[in-house]
Design a protein around this ligand. Structure first.
Ligand code: PNW
Length: 502
């Protein structure tokens, strides 16, 4: 009990010290706060100077205007309009009407204290048929958005593929089943870099390889609190193992060709990397024995995506698991896939598995989630804030990327506008505070994390779950398009302004 009281007292002092030092120390180099507390009780340092406190969205989830200015159809236009695919028959036809309200949305992000914005570019706005003739009105929209962001002092980070494949490529080639799609993606990437690269200095190639490949081409089933949860995304295929492995390979090949095209066509100071949902094995016990085992597990869990991108080869374990269904590839493919990167972006929502060291098998074994393990509001979202420590820590230790971005983290909540007009998303504040404190711990230990993007800047179209699953720090009334910042937006603003959580 005595230890508990002491910790509580220390925490109170730390909070008081943080409050008084916030304005004075903003931007200063790693100040030591609360020096009167004694050496072993001093507060954790801030995030590094210039840390990007960002927010994220994706084109199909917010833009609406599916036919404006010559846009072609994407596989999400088709999928959402297929009866039974999306909850309540919701579609992205209007979404947040961001295509027309982008100025208002940029102003809102500025008000929240966001220093960076990760948005995605809709490929079928730029190439309505996936390849061939570009549509200048498509790139104009993103050019205006980028100008608006820069004028607001918000750094633009653009994702080239956030799942809205041109329908023409699906129809003509079977989409990601063909090598034509990575080739077309390379050309599209080069075109965008050439046209926006004078102002956009950070590009992410592809968002969540693992999600759109597995959930879009087979469907994924997870056990959460003892119940099965099935997730599907467009195009909603159910491929055989060999075809699925080939889609995986084409996805990483597209990334590699995109990196090469950006280097060839864009300005030399452009930085580029992927934005992958890293499958993180979290050690249940914090001893070197178990943490090493967890690292080995994480490396293997990501073999088909981050592994091949960062090592230039598929792991033996992956290839032997795949057996006769292994992907077909050339050495040249591997060289392209492993093109040197400036950073690695990772989306981090939850631990994928907990592990312990083991003398059997690969040196680790999975520890099952207890049925009572807490979760957040969306069906798949088991809670484990420490994953925001382990994911970047393991990423750095296994593959040593130059820089790391957390390209997404956040949670859904049952948000409602209260009688007084505010939205009290206490669970989201809890989630962000605990997760980002873990990220701060990683940064304090020398993990080269340069920024974090909260998913999401505002409520939006949550894929197959539709509009009922709200991930925003800003509430959106989808009938009136009114935006209302939630409690979490106020929390974010405060944390961003002092560049620290604790
Ligand atoms: C990401 N999981 O998807 C996407 O990048 C976003 O577009 C999406 O809105 C956001 O996270 C929230 O879902 C995920 O099952 C989908 O662990 C599924 C999982 C994680 C992320």
């Amino acid at each position: 009990m005595i230890t508990q009281f002491t910790r509580l007292d220390v925490a109170k002092v730390a909070i008081a010290a943080t409050a008084t030092s916030s304005d004075a120390t903003r931007g200063a180099a790693q100040p030591v706060r609360g020096t009167d507390m004694g050496p072993e009780q001093s507060a954790a340092p801030q995030f590094p100077n210039g840390f990007y406190w960002g927010v994220a969205t994706a084109a199909y989830q917010i833009e609406g205007s599916p036919e404006a200015d010559g846009k072609g159809k994407s596989i999400w236009d088709t999928y959402a309009h297929t009866p039974g695919k999306v909850k309540n028959g919701d579609t992205g036809d209007v979404a947040n009407d961001h295509y027309r309200r982008y100025k208002e949305d940029v102003a809102m992000m500025k008000d929240m204290g966001a220093k960076a914005y990760r948005f995605s570019i809709a490929w079928p706005r730029i190439f309505p048929n996936g390849a061939g003739e570009a549509n200048p009105k498509g790139i104009d929209f993103y050019s205006r958005l980028v100008d608006e962001l820069l004028a607001a002092g918000i750094e633009p980070f653009a994702t080239l593929y956030h799942w809205d494949l041109p329908q023409a490529l699906q129809d003509k080639y079977g989409g990601w089943q063909s090598r034509e799609t990575p080739k077309a993606f390379g050309e599209y990437s080069g075109y965008v870099a050439k046209n926006l690269g004078d102002r956009v200095k950070h590009f992410f190639t592809i968002n969540e390889f693992h999600s759109f490949v597995e959930m879009g081409h087979q469907g994924v089933e997870l056990m959460v609190q003892g119940k099965p949860v099935r997730i599907e995304l467009a195009p909603g295929l159910k491929l055989e193992p060999a075809a699925l492995n080939q889609v995986r390979h084409h996805a990483v090949l597209a990334h590699g060709l995109s990196v090469q095209a950006i280097r060839a066509m864009g300005q030399p100071d452009i930085k580029v990397g992927p934005a992958e949902v890293i499958n993180t094995a979290v050690p249940v016990i914090d001893s070197p024995h178990h943490t090493k085992a967890a690292e080995a597990a994480t490396r293997e869990l990501n073999a088909a995506y981050l592994g091949v991108m960062l090592e230039g080869m598929y792991s033996d374990a992956y290839l032997s698991r795949a057996g006769k269904d292994a992907p077909k590839f050339t050495d040249e493919d591997l060289r392209a896939i492993a093109s040197p990167l400036d950073f690695v972006g990772i989306n981090v929502y939850r631990p994928i598995i907990y592990v312990m060291a083991s003398d059997d098998g690969p040196g680790y074994r999975e520890v099952p989630f207890n049925v009572s393990h807490p979760k957040m509001f969306s069906s798949w979202h088991l809670l484990g804030p420490e994953v925001l420590y382990w994911a970047p820590k393991q990423l750095q230790s296994i593959w040593e990327p130059k820089e790391i971005y957390i390209t997404e983290n956040g949670c859904a909540a049952s948000d409602q506008v209260a009688a007084d007009g505010d939205v009290y998303d206490s669970d989201r504040v809890m989630y962000l505070r605990n997760g980002l404190a873990q990220l701060q711990r990683a940064a304090a230990e020398g993990v080269r994390v340069k920024g974090n993007f909260v998913w999401s800047a505002m409520d939006n179209f949550e894929w197959s779950s539709g509009y009922g699953t709200r991930f925003g720090m800003v509430y959106v009334d989808f009938k009136t398009q009114k935006r209302t910042p939630k409690l979490s937006a106020a929390w974010f603003k405060e944390a961003a302004s002092r560049n620290a959580i604790v």
